[in-house]
Design a protein around this ligand. Structure first.
Ligand code: F6P
Length: 360
């Protein structure tokens, strides 16, 4: 029986289980067995996997997270190994390849963001592995796809948080700052800010200054609205032009754990306006929970397309959403650059047209 492997890598997001389910359901009738590697690339190197059968994929469509587990610290080409209590790194990619060969796996579906898909690409280029990528991330920052699954659910969660902050901001005449995820792209902040009626939205793509933010908040106060909602993406730089980093993680593919810019912006606003300003950091709430209907459908369609690519031996590609269709794009193209918010996009223009301050 031919076999296809699948793994989920990097940060989790709603919809991963829907992809796993769709891949298995599409491949079984084609005569394939589906092997799910556990905890991202770690399972591939350590030979930890589970055979996806009917009971294991039951009840998955609405479940957040990933039944396979994931992590963003186990790049097989730079694999963390502990020796006598010391952390060292080794190239374990050949071990991963041997495990795949031993199991008789024909191709590997990697469901991941930029980091995991770059590893998939490295496997293809250096080891000739038959890989197929599926784009996921709440950040929506992958090139060559119009949208990643997980983003829509995160957007709904952030919008809900803004709705809730609105009522308390209004009651207390406060400024509420909401810090959102998204890494170096402002999609979650911009779109939830638009959906949630934010007065100020700061995103990494647009340099900001405090005068502009303060002017907007004081203008509102003068118009009889002594409260304001400010959305800040975690990747927004400080006034001195630096990323605000909560922690550095040496053994992670993403070494910088962003966080803290919301608090910094809030402090500056309060100092300048004398309006009580409070900060909420939404954090991993954005990554959890049930996928939205949009994400369930997108994840299912991507899973089906990845499985069909495996059947057709169409390797070295990422399945991607382009307009209304799912199409294959070369993995090289998908991992070549970050997809940030274009500063001249209609989304930005719409925000400006209705008077939202973007900090510039
Ligand atoms: O890439 C998804 C994401 O949630 C980012 O928005 C965030 O910066 C990062 O992952 C957090 O990662 P971790 O859970 O490893 O701290």
């Amino acid at each position: 029986m031919p076999k296809v492997g699948i793994l989920t890598g990097g940060g989790d997001c709603p919809g991963l289980n829907a992809v796993i389910r769709a891949v298995a359901k599409t491949l079984w009738p084609q005569g394939y067995e589906v092997i799910g590697f556990l905890d991202g690339f770690a399972g591939l190197v350590e030979g930890r996997y589970l055979k996806l059968d009917n009971p294991s994929i039951s009840g998955l469509l609405h479940r957040g997270g990933t039944i396979l587990g994931t992590n963003n610290r186990n790049d097989p080409f730079h694999y963390p190994v502990r020796k006598n209590g010391q952390l060292t790194y080794q190239d374990m990619s050949d071990v991963a390849i041997e495990n795949l060969a031993r199991l008789g796996i024909e191709s590997l579906i990697v469901v991941g963001g930029d980091g995991s898909l770059s590893i998939a690409r490295e496997f293809k280029e250096k080891k000739g592995l038959n890989v197929i990528g599926v784009p996921k991330t709440i950040d929506n920052d992958l090139a060559s796809t119009d949208q990643t699954f997980g983003f829509d659910t995160a957007l709904a969660t952030a919008t809900d948080a803004l709705d809730k902050l609105h009522t308390t901001a209004e009651s207390h005449h406060r400024v509420m700052v909401l810090e959102l995820m998204g890494r170096y792209a402002g999609w979650i902040a911009l779109e939830s800010g638009l959906a949630g009626g934010a007065d100020v939205i700061l995103i990494p793509e647009i340099p900001w200054n405090i005068d502009s933010v303060v002017r907007k908040i004081l203008d509102r106060k003068n118009q009889g609205k002594p409260f304001s909602i400010v959305v800040v993406a975690e990747g927004v730089k400080s006034p001195s032009g630096e990323l605000v980093v909560r922690q550095t993680i040496p053994d992670s593919a993403e070494r910088l754990r962003l966080g803290g810019i919301g608090e910094l912006v809030a402090k500056m606003i309060e100092e300048r306006t004398q309006i009580e300003t409070r900060t909420t950091v939404l954090g991993h709430i954005q990554r959890g929970g049930s996928p939205s209907p949009f994400d369930r459908i997108l994840a299912t369609r991507l899973g089906v397309a990845a499985a069909m690519a495996a059947v057709q031996h169409n390797y070295g590609i990422m399945v991607s959403l382009k307009g209304q269709n799912i199409v294959p794009v070369p993995l090289e193209e998908a991992t070549s650059k970050l997809r940030q918010v274009p500063v001249d996009s209609q989304l930005i223009q719409a925000a400006r047209a209705i008077g939202i301050c973007l900090g510039d």
